[in-house]
Design a binder for this molecule. Structure first.
Ligand code: HEC
Ligand code: HEC
Ligand code: HEC
Ligand code: HEC
Ligand code: HEC
Ligand code: HEC
Length: 209
């Protein structure tokens, strides 16, 4: 694993050196720039065939009728990045550079890369109600990512469904269920009301007096 990390670091630094650098030429012989695959999603599903992988087809992201959805763009690779090296037989899922991996674990991609994967679409004008202004929000400032709240490999995302949303928020805000500022204890049924009735977590806090 150490060797792997080193290789990645070398590649990153090499990438920022002038094109004439001899070191870069050396590195280049070991790496290629991945491109989007021609039959994307289909080839991804041939290895990643579990139920969760297929569930995304039934979500808005898998709906080719929705303008601008991943299904109308590069499918799985719209979020995970170009996968030509990853899918190639010689690499069998272990090619470099790795695809975008969401989450907070050791294997996860850098935060900027994760945010960009979502905001490359969701920060665009023309996304209507799906345009989000996340950067600078309270959660962004605490380095919380989209995928800390959103589950995308599911037919319905539990945090977007108001009936199931509280469970996600209370993973980090358990105290607020029983003891929420300004409200008397147990005076609100948060499950019925849901947190996003009052809070828009994508923007800097803006609450009515
Ligand atoms: C030949 C089989 C194969 C194909 C085709 C394949 N994968 Fe993978 N994928 C794997 C394996 C094996 C791993 C685990 C690699 C590891 O743990 O080192 C993996 C890991 C991943 C990961 C975790 C991050 C990473 O890079 O390790 C993501 C995300 C992923 N694949 C997405 C995709 C997408 C998107 C496609 C289609 C473009 C795809 N895979 C096609 C075999 C495949
Ligand atoms: C809209 C963005 C998006 C699309 C499209 C998408 N994914 Fe994902 N993928 C994610 C996110 C976010 C996660 C983290 C878990 C979650 O949210 O469910 C993830 C997790 C994964 C993982 C687990 C990697 C790990 O952490 O070990 C694999 C493998 C994967 N996706 C493959 C695919 C394949 C194959 C497709 C196409 C069928 C696909 N993804 C389409 C966003 C996406
Ligand atoms: C290729 C463009 C694209 C990418 C990349 C993308 N989305 Fe989307 N997303 C869409 C479109 C289009 C919709 C559907 C909007 C509509 O219904 O009108 C959508 C819908 C959603 C919804 C609402 C759907 C629901 O289930 O309630 C959420 C939440 C969402 N995206 C989060 C994400 C996150 C998080 C990522 C990154 C992991 C991401 N998206 C990446 C285009 C994209
Ligand atoms: C702190 C949790 C949290 C984080 C972090 C978060 N979201 Fe959301 N998101 C929500 C909730 C809750 C809703 C449902 C809002 C509602 O029902 O009114 C939502 C809804 C959405 C929607 C549907 C349109 C809408 O506004 O109702 C999109 C698209 C979306 N989020 C994208 C993103 C993207 C992209 C990121 C990262 C840049 C992100 N979200 C980060 C909690 C979060
Ligand atoms: C991964 C952990 C995590 C999740 C999940 C999460 N939050 Fe937070 N939230 C935080 C942190 C950390 C802060 C900043 C410190 C604090 O105020 O507790 C914060 C702050 C807030 C604030 C205060 C904002 C401000 O400007 O002061 C609100 C409101 C909030 N969260 C609502 C929500 C709602 C609603 C959800 C579910 C849709 C949610 N959070 C999900 C971690 C999380
Ligand atoms: C009926 C409207 C309403 C609902 C529903 C609601 N909140 Fe709040 N929330 C508020 C108001 C108003 C404040 C501002 C309190 C203050 O600043 O005195 C607030 C403040 C907060 C804060 C920041 C203050 C602090 O204690 O750090 C967090 C975090 C928070 N809410 C989380 C949640 C979560 C999680 C849920 C869902 C379980 C939720 N809220 C549901 C109205 C609401």
């Amino acid at each position: 694993m150490k060797i792997v990390l080193l290789t990645v670091l070398v590649l990153i630094f090499a990438g920022s050196w002038p094109a004439t650098s001899a070191a870069q030429d050396t590195v280049r012989t070991h790496s290629r720039t991945p491109s989007f695959t021609s039959n994307g999603t289909e080839s991804c599903l041939s290895c990643h065939s579990g139920e969760k992988m297929r569930a995304i087809a039934a979500s808005p992201h898998g709906d080719a009728q929705i303008r601008g959805s991943p299904a109308t763009a590069y499918g799985c690779e719209s979020c995970h990045g170009p996968g030509s090296i990853h899918v190639s037989r010689a690499h069998g899922g272990r090619g470099f550079p790795p695809l975008t991996q969401f989450g907070r674990g050791k294997e996860a991609s850098p935060r900027e890369e994760q945010l960009h994967a979502c905001l490359s679409c969701h920060a665009q004008e023309g996304m209507g109600d799906s345009q989000v202004k996340y950067i600078g929000s309270a959660h962004d400032r605490r380095t919380i990512n989209c995928s800390s709240c959103h589950t995308l490999h599911a037919e319905t995302d539990p945090v977007s469904d108001r009936e199931t949303q509280t469970a996600t928020c209370s993973r980090c805000h358990r105290r607020h269920l029983a003891d929420h500022p300004r409200f008397e204890e147990k005076s609100i049924d948060f499950d019925a009301l849901s947190c996003s009735t009052c809070h828009d977590v994508h923007v800097p806090a803006k609450l009515e007096e």
